[in-house]
Design a protein. Structure first.
Ligand code: NAI
Length: 254
């Protein structure tokens, strides 16, 4: 079950905390990957490491690193064509990259709003738009967008981030309806609090306070997000579209 052998995937933010877990998870199930990110050197090192997670019988499969700054629309427009040229097809697109620029609404600067909308929301739109035609032609596709629990609940100090994540959810439902008859599914995975660089910066007291609100009693791991992503990427998940899987240890039940 959930065998991705013969499938190809493009993963953004692939050398980050959650993205690297997702990339390892997809590779472990047999997919060939284009890993993308803004830091070319970090990405190259990660690509090499990824081979270790590729099953023995697929060791001839070479994963590819393509750097792309998602805050630059010109670079974003070139990413899918470059990945297609390398892989021949894109079966799975995982829009994982994301940033935060937190501030209370009354202090939020235009640049903080713009940066988050551009990287989190606009690049996701551009990449989804770019894979739509090839996936429709192939009559197969899996688009998985990594959103956030706060896209559903809202969060003080994150008006920009919540707008972007909520926007991705609504955008995904729209595209899911456009593509459903073509065997192309569009879904989201909404993490709760996951242990990564993004959450490592929180003070310990805040982390402890957060843990008391999580019925599972702990923060999640990147592997928890990877598991849901691998499932949605699989052939077995073909009748699931326009949905969000919340992976949050029960913190919010929707
Ligand atoms: P991270 O900071 O470890 O990774 C983010 C990735 O995005 C990095 O690889 C980074 O290089 C990439 N990225 C950032 N700006 C970019 C740009 N301009 N161009 C290209 N790539 C860029 O963060 P983490 O935690 O792994 O987050 C991954 C996703 O999960 C994000 O979309 C985030 O919003 C989401 N998320 C994370 C949660 C958490 O608790 N860590 C909770 C809910 C959602």
């Amino acid at each position: 079950m959930f065998d991705l052998h013969g499938m190809t995937a493009l993963v953004t933010g692939a050398s980050g905390g959650i993205g690297s877990s997702i990339a390892r998870g997809l590779a472990a199930q047999g997919a060939r990957l284009v890993v993308s990110g803004s830091n070319a050197e970090k990405l190259r090192v990660f690509r090499d490491e990824l081979d270790e997670h590729t099953p023995q019988h697929l060791q001839e499969v070479d994963h590819v690193a393509i750097a792309c700054n998602l805050s630059d629309p010109d670079q974003v427009e070139k990413l899918v064509p470059a990945a297609l040229e390398t892989l021949g097809k894109i079966d799975i697109l995982v829009n994982n990259a994301g940033i935060t620029r937190d501030n209370l609404a009354m202090r939020m600067k235009d640049e903080e709003w713009d940066a988050v909308i551009r990287v989190n929301l606009e690049s996701t739109f551009r990449l989804m738009r770019a894979v739509t035609k090839p996936m429709m032609k192939a009559r197969f596709g899996r688009i998985i967008n990594i959103t956030s629990i706060v896209g559903t609940t809202g969060n003080p100090g994150q008006m920009n981030y919540c707008a972007a994540k909520g926007g991705i959810t609504a955008m995904s439902k729209s595209l899911a309806q456009e593509l459903a008859t073509r065997n192309v599914t569009v879904n989201c995975v909404a993490p709760g609090f996951i242990r990564t660089a993004m959450t490592d910066v929180l003070p310990d007291a805040q982390k402890d306070a957060l843990n008391t609100k999580i019925p599972a009693g702990r923060m999640g791991e990147g592997e928890d997000i990877a598991a849901a992503t691998v499932f949605l990427a699989s052939k077995e998940a073909g009748y699931i579209t326009g949905q969000t899987i919340h992976v949050n240890g029960g913190m919010v039940m929707v």
